[in-house]
Structure formats: structure tokens, C-alpha cells
Design a protein around this ligand. Structure first.
Ligand code: PLP
Length: 415
């Protein structure tokens, strides 16, 4: 009994799940792959690849249009994923789940549609200095088109966004706050709940870019209190080409469509059309049916493990990784201490980040280098780029130790 109790009590090391990911089990250039770029895209477990293949073999039909069995089955499986998304983000109503191509498309849709509906000349839209370009450029374009002003809440020299700095930029003119849930450069988690509260106080809508948060922690849009939440399937163990825009149905209901054409209309006359109710109003054209179904498999897989357990084990690995990296001579971690997802940026004294990444690649270690589509943040950090490692529960401390050994050698070699 004691042995059984010990087995039950012992946490299962999630890195054993690596065996579920075929891409992580094959060598690259003859070397075992150490994949530390999950923030760019995650590798896909076999169950997701199987779901994708099965969808193409057994459900290859357009949704919502056919009355034959194949199309009905495809529609049923496709629509079931809206419910799975609701369970993933604790959303109350599947009508609030819109499928898009990814976070970028979700944010473009919002900038266009919310701009038309809510933004007048003289109004303000607030973003923060640590946004990914996907959560900056669409708002820049919209603000210009609507005669509004784009206001940027600054971060400090460590890349930290304080609520004070953000609230100083708010005013009754602020119509929209667009903010990331977690930085794709430093991993820092934003206090989204408080930001949404501040937004409500001035009557602003809140758009949260969840691309980097959703793979790593339990998310409840109801607890966060946001109006919109966006993410990409491909960073969530799912396929490329699919994303989600979740919105409060009461607001989505009043918003004009972005893309138009087939599937989003109820009736079309020669010079006018009536649109479908949400969510179809925002899903013009043929959808990525198989990919949406495979996103459903990715959600099932993650929920099968449990996001609280993923968060716990990834955070432990993150802390170990930081300790290990701090011992590398000449290495400086960017960002500050505080809650974060397992994403770390650093600079290695005297070595260009691209040289670091190239040298690591020769050792079979995949990391990102550069500005990570977040140029405004790098002006605040005062560096011209970084090396970024982004972890997942499939990584091990042995992989981090291999990384650190290589970094020590690279430092010696290049200096
Ligand atoms: N937002 C953040 C925080 C990101 O990290 C990324 C991608 O790296 C995006 C948005 C854009 O995601 P996608 O390219 O999947 O549209």
C-alpha cells in the first residue's frame, strides 16, 4: 500500500510526454533535437496529426452547406470545437467563438470592425510598449483611418509595465485597450484583470492577445473580465492556419463584418445583403475545417494532462533554467522577476544574438534570435536584439544544461 500511495503522490514528470511528439523524436542534421522555440510554434503530438489526417480522410467536406452525411459529420465535428474552446478559456457561449487564421487575423478583424463601430475622430486607442507587432500595426492603421490617436503605455528599462504607467495614459477618450497577456520576449505576465478593470472605469473595451499565455496556464475570460481574447492554434500544439477570436456576444452582435463573401450572408440582393448572426458573420468563405477539428484534438490533449499541472511543471523548469543561465559568464537575462510564462530572453556579452543562435543550431539546439516582432520593447530595453528560449513541458533540465554548456563555449570562441 505504501508503494501505491507513493506512486499516486509522485508527480508524473511531463517531459515523458515527449514520446507523443514525433518531430521531437527524430534527429536533425544527425543530432538529437533540443527544441527551445515553442513560442514561435509548438511541435504537434501524434493525436493532433492523426485528427488532422482523419478529418481529411473521413470528414473532407465543406461545413454548414451540405445536406449529405459527410458534410453533416464535418459540420458536427467543426462546431464541437467551439464548445471545446469555451471549455479551454471558460467562455460562457459558443457563439462568442470565431475561427480565424490566427492571432494576427483575429486582431486585424477586431481593429477593423471595432474601429468602424466604436472609434470616432479624436478618440484614443491604447496599446502597450511590449506588444507583438500583430497587436500594434492593425491599431496604427485603424487609428489613422478613423482620425483617432494611438497612445502607447510605456514600460520601464526592465520591460515591466506598471499599472500606474498604464492608467496615466487612460482618459475618457480611450475607446479600446489592446494588451498582451504574456510578453513573447520576456515571458512577463500582465495583470490583465486589473487592466480590464481600469478599462471598464473609463468605458474602454479590452482586447487581450493571448498567443503566448494560452499554451501555459489555465485561462478564464470571465475571471479576466476582458471583452475579447485572441490566440493561435499552432502555438497550442495545434495545426497552422487556425486561430480563435473570442468576444462577448453582446458586443460581437453589434459589430460589422470584416471579410465578406460566401458563408457570412443570409441573403444577397443585387445591391445589398443581409448578414448571418454571429459567429458565422465573421467567418467568410471556406473554413480550415480539418485544422479546426485538429485544434479540438490539441485542446483535448492539453486538458487531458491538465493546464494547472502544465503551469506548475513548466514554472519549476523555468526557475531552474534561469538559475543555470545565470552561471554562464557574460550572460545577462532581460526582463524582471515576477510571474511569467516559460520564455526567457538574454544577451551574451560581445556576441551577436544571430551568431549565438547559429552556433547553437550546429549543436542541434533550436532558439530564436533578433527582435521577436516586438521592436518598440527593444528600444525600452536598450538592446538591439536578444536570444530567446521558450520552453514547454516536454523540455528537460538536461537540455537546459546542454544549452548552457554550449553558451559557455560560444562565449569563449567568439570573444
Ligand atoms: N501575439 C504574440 C504575443 C505572439 O507571440 C505572436 C506570435 O509569435 C502573435 C501575436 C502572432 O501570432 P500568429 O503569427 O500566429 O498570428
Amino acid at each position: 500500500h505504501a508503494i501505491v500511495r507513493a506512486m499516486i503522490a509522485a508527480p508524473v514528470a511531463l517531459h515523458a510526454r515527449r514520446a507523443d511528439f514525433p518531430a521531437l523524436c527524430r534527429p536533425v542534421n544527425g543530432l538529437p533535437l533540443i527544441y527551445l522555440d515553442h513560442a514561435a510554434t509548438s511541435q504537434k503530438p501524434q493525436v493532433v496529426l492523426d485528427a488532422l489526417m482523419t478529418a481529411y480522410v473521413e470528414r473532407c467536406a465543406n461545413v454548414h452547406r451540405g445536406v449529405y452525411a459527410l458534410s453533416e459529420a464535418a459540420t458536427r465535428d467543426f462546431e464541437a470545437v467551439r464548445h471545446k474552446v469555451c471549455s479551454l478559456i471558460d467562455a460562457p457561449d459558443p457563439r462568442g467563438v470565431v475561427f480565424t487564421k490566427g492571432t494576427t487575423e483575429s486582431l486585424n478583424l477586431l481593429a477593423h470592425s471595432l474601429g468602424q463601430r466604436f472609434v470616432q475622430p479624436g478618440d484614443e486607442v491604447l496599446v502597450t510598449q511590449l506588444e507583438h507587432h500583430s497587436n500594434v500595426v492593425p491599431w496604427q492603421v485603424m487609428a489613422k483611418q478613423r482620425g483617432a490617436t494611438l497612445v502607447v503605455a510605456p514600460v520601464d528599462a526592465q520591460g515591466t509595465l506598471s499599472l500606474d504607467a498604464l492608467s496615466r495614459k487612460l482618459s475618457p477618450k480611450t475607446k479600446i485597450i489592446a494588451c498582451t497577456h504574456a510578453s513573447n520576449v520576456t515571458g512577463a505576465l500582465m495583470d490583465v484583470r486589473s487592466i480590464c478593470q481600469l478599462g471598464r472605469q473609463v468605458g474602454a473595451l479590452t482586447v487581450i492577445d493571448g498567443a503566448q499565455a494560452i499554451p501555459h496556464l489555465p485561462v478564464s475570460v470571465q475571471e479576466l473580465g476582458c471583452d475579447f481574447y485572441c490566440f493561435s492554434a499552432h502555438k497550442l500544439l495545434g495545426p497552422f492556419g487556425v486561430g480563435v477570436l473570442w468576444g462577448r456576444t453582446a458586443i460581437l452582435d453589434t459589430m460589422p463584418p470584416w471579410q465578406t463573401g460566401g458563408a457570412m450572408v443570409l441573403s444577397v440582393r443585387e445591391t445589398e445583403s443581409d448578414y448571418q448572426p454571429i459567429p458565422q458573420r465573421f467567418e467568410a468563405g471556406t473554413q480550415a475545417v480539418a485544422e479546426v477539428i485538429a485544434l479540438g484534438a490539441a485542446i483535448d490533449y492539453l486538458q487531458g494532462i491538465g493546464l494547472p499541472e502544465i503551469a506548475k511543471q513548466e514554472d519549476a523548469l523555468l526557475q531552474q533554467a534561469k538559475q543555470c543561465l545565470r552561471k554562464v559568464p557574460g550572460l545577462r537575462l532581460l526582463g524582471s522577476e515576477g510571474p511569467s510564462v516559460p520564455v526567457i530572453s538574454f544577451v551574451l556579452d560581445g556576441v551577436h544574438p544571430h551568431d549565438v543562435a547559429t552556433a547553437l543550431s550546429a549543436e542541434g539546439i533550436a532558439v530564436r534570435a533578433g527582435l521577436h516582432c516586438a521592436e518598440p520593447l527593444f528600444s525600452a530595453l536598450g538592446v538591439r536584439g536578444s536570444v530567446r528560449i521558450s520552453l514547454s513541458f516536454v523540455n528537460t533540465i538536461e537540455e537546459i544544461e546542454r544549452l548552457c554548456t554550449s553558451l559557455v563555449q560560444i562565449g569563449v570562441l567568439f570573444r
